[in-house]
Design a protein around this ligand. Structure first.
Ligand SMILES: [Zn+2]
Length: 213
């Protein structure tokens, strides 16, 4: 595997390109991981943190779980796919219910998504109304890739939990950003500005209330 990362977007994303499914834009893919190669990990979604997705090391030691015991991290399944439209291997992250649905459709249609191209359709936009469906891609205008020619990213970093120390660092960086914003309004250090935080007073108590976790 190559140790070189090329291109601005690849460098900024750590060399990992994620597939984003959108309504009415079906994706043609070949699955590299499926069946016994699938791996799931519990993940917190905290839009105010950088990164937004925090892989949970377990509720006994996880600072986010401890800060908000009622907010459970969701199980996300991570796998690699080949995108024939630009000849690249990319990552997918889906909830277990969506994996179940895709698996059902592959089974009904007797498709092996690791052996043939499939088309994945998304319907819905939000977390609650989103559904996926899969069909075999029958047009036949893409050739199966030669696996040895592909630059296949290592999946290990995507399925390894963040350490409690890393998570504390993300939370502290966010708190520092909020404190900066509260102080003079524009030293957020890149932290996306939540509405309301800059209206809060300067006391620790009000800063605490404005934190999402
Ligand atoms: Zn956690």
């Amino acid at each position: 595997m190559s140790t070189v990362v090329k291109g601005l977007s690849d460098i900024l994303s750590g060399g990992t390109e994620w597939i984003t499914f959108e309504e009415n834009k079906p994706k043609i893919l070949l699955f590299l991981d499926w069946y016994e190669n699938l791996v799931g990990i519990r993940e917190h979604y905290e839009p105010s943190l950088n990164p937004k997705y925090v892989r949970c090391p377990g509720k006994d030691i996880c600072p986010l779980c401890q800060a908000n015991p009622g907010k459970y991290p969701a199980l996300r399944i991570k796998f690699r796919v080949y995108d024939p439209t630009d000849n690249k291997v990319k990552m997918v992250s889906l909830a277990k219910t969506h994996i179940q649905k895709l698996n059902q459709e592959f089974n009904l249609d007797e498709i092996d998504p690791t052996k043939a191209f499939v088309t994945i359709h998304r319907t819905g936009k939000g977390a609650s109304d989103t559904s996926y469906s899969a069909r075999e891609y029958k047009k036949g205008d893409y050739a199966l890739p030669n696996m040895e020619d592909l630059d296949v990213p290592d999946i290990t970093p995507q399925i390894t939990a963040h350490t409690p120390e890393e998570i504390t660092g993300f939370m502290n960086a966010m708190i520092a950003g909020v404190a900066g914003n509260t102080g003079n309004g524009n030293t957020g250090a890149g932290t996306p500005q939540d509405s309301g935080t800059s209206q809060q007073g300067n006391s620790g108590a009000s800063r605490g209330r404005s934190l999402p976790f």
